[in-house]
Design a protein around this ligand. Structure first.
Ligand SMILES: [Fe+2]
Ligand SMILES: [Fe+2]
Length: 331
C-alpha cells in the first residue's frame, strides 16, 4: 500500500513505493526504535539513483516501511505520478499496491485540477492517469476488489471524481468497451464535476436542503465544465458528453437541457448511474452513506425516472460480480 501516514516531521511510505533505476529527488529514511524512542536514519539522499543494489539493501534489512521528510510529500507524490506506468506494469507488485499508488496519485491530481481547472498540463496529467488506470484494469483480473478497497468515501468533489472514474472504467470493461472508449469515458468521469470549481464552497458544503436559488446555481456546473474543457485539444467529444450529460435523466427531467432516452449518449447514461451510485454510497454533507444494497434498492426505485433500464440491469449484475469477487478473491 502506498497510503501516507505521518508523524510531525516524517511521513511513512511503503517500501515498494520506490521504483528501481529512477532518480529520487527527496531524502529517504529508515526508522530505528530504540528504548521507546524513534530515530530516523538517512538511507538514500535526494538526487541519487535508486539502484538495484540499494533495493537489495532494503530487502536485506527487512525494512517494511520507509520514511520521507513531511515537507517532501509534494515531491514524493510527483515522483509517484511520474513513475506510475512502471508501478502499474511491475509484475512484482500486487494489485492492491498498484491500486494504492493510483489512488494516491489521483487524490493529488484531482485537487490540482480543481484548484486550476484551466491548466492544460493538469488535463494532460488527468488523461495520463486514466491511461495508467486502464492498463491496470485490463492487465489484472482482481483490480475490482483492490480498487474498491483503497477508495475513500467522503464525497469531496475530488474523491467523488476519482471514485466515479474508477467505477465507470470497471463497468466499462464489464460492458466490453474498447480501450479508446474507456479512455474517453474515464477522462470524462474524472473531470465530470470540474464545473463545480466555479461554485462557492458555501453551496458545495452546505448541510441540509438547498434553497431554490442555490439549486439553480448547482445546476450550472455541467455547462460550466463544458465551457472549461471544450477548447482543450486533448479532450475528446465523447468525454465532453459525460461532462454535459451526467445529470440528464432518462425521462427528460434532468438538467441542464432536459433531454431523455436515446437523446442521451450511452456515456451520459453510464455517468448518470455511476455518479448517483457513488454519491449515495458516500458520506455527503446532507446525508450519511448508504450501504450498497440499500443504494441499489433506491436506484431501482428511481429506475425509470433517472436511469436507462437495460443499463441498470447490467450495472446490478456488475455490482453482483464485485461482491462475489470481494468474497472470494485474494488481493
Ligand atoms: Fe455533477
Ligand atoms: Fe458528480
Amino acid at each position: 500500500m502506498t497510503a501516507l501516514s505521518s508523524t510531525n516531521e516524517y511521513t511513512a511510505i511503503s517500501k515498494d513505493a520506490l521504483v528501481e533505476d529512477t532518480k529520487i529527488d527527496f531524502d529517504v529514511f529508515l526508522k530505528n526504535d530504540l528504548s521507546g524512542r524513534s530515530r530516523y536514519i538517512l538511507f538514500c539522499r535526494g538526487n541519487q539513483e535508486f539502484s538495484a543494489d540499494r533495493k537489495g539493501e532494503l530487502l536485506n534489512r527487512n525494512a517494511h516501511r520507509l520514511y520521507i521528510s513531511t515537507k517532501d510529500t509534494g515531491k514524493y507524490l510527483k515522483y509517484q505520478e511520474k513513475n506510475l506506468r512502471q508501478i502499474v506494469e511491475d509484475y512484482s507488485k500486487s494489485s492492491l499496491q498498484k491500486s494504492g499508488a493510483l489512488y494516491q496519485v489521483a487524490k493529488n491530481l484531482a485537487q490540482d485540477v480543481m484548484d486550476d481547472p484551466k491548466s492544460g498540463e493538469n488535463i494532460e496529467r488527468a488523461s495520463a492517469w486514466v491511461d495508467n488506470t486502464i492498463t491496470h484494469i485490463l492487465q489484472n483480473e482482481n483490480t475490482f476488489s483492490s480498487l474498491f478497497e483503497v477508495a475513500s468515501h467522503d464525497y469531496r468533489t475530488t474523491t467523488h471524481s476519482i471514485n466515479v472514474s474508477v467505477i465507470g472504467l470497471l463497468f466499462g470493461k464489464y460492458l466490453s468497451l474498447k480501450p479508446n472508449e474507456l479512455e474517453c469515458l474515464g477522462t470524462g468521469l474524472l473531470l465530470h464535476d470540474i464545473g463545480k470549481s466555479t461554485l462557492s464552497q458555501d453551496i458545495l458544503n452546505k448541510q441540509g436542503d438547498l434553497t431554490s436559488e442555490e439549486f439553480h446555481e448547482i445546476k450550472k456546473h455541467p455547462k460550466a465544465g463544458l465551457d472549461i474543457l471544450e477548447h482543450n485539444d486533448r479532450i475528446d467529444g465523447l468525454s465532453l458528453k459525460v461532462v454535459i450529460q451526467h445529470h440528464e435523466n432518462n425521462d427528460g427531467t434532468g438538467y441542464p437541457y432536459g433531454i431523455g432516452g436515446s437523446d442521451i449518449h450511452l456515456f451520459g447514461h453510464i455517468s448518470r448511474l455511476v455518479d448517483a451510485y457513488d454519491a449515495m454510497t458516500s458520506d455527503r454533507p446532507y446525508a450519511a452513506a448508504m450501504r450498497p444494497f440499500a443504494t441499489l434498492a433506491e436506484i431501482k426505485k428511481e429506475n425509470k425516472i433517472c436511469f436507462n433500464e437495460e443499463l441498470l440491469k447490467e450495472f446490478i449484475c456488475f455490482l453482483g460480480l464485485k461482491n462475489q469477487r470481494s468474497k472470494s478473491m485474494p488481493t
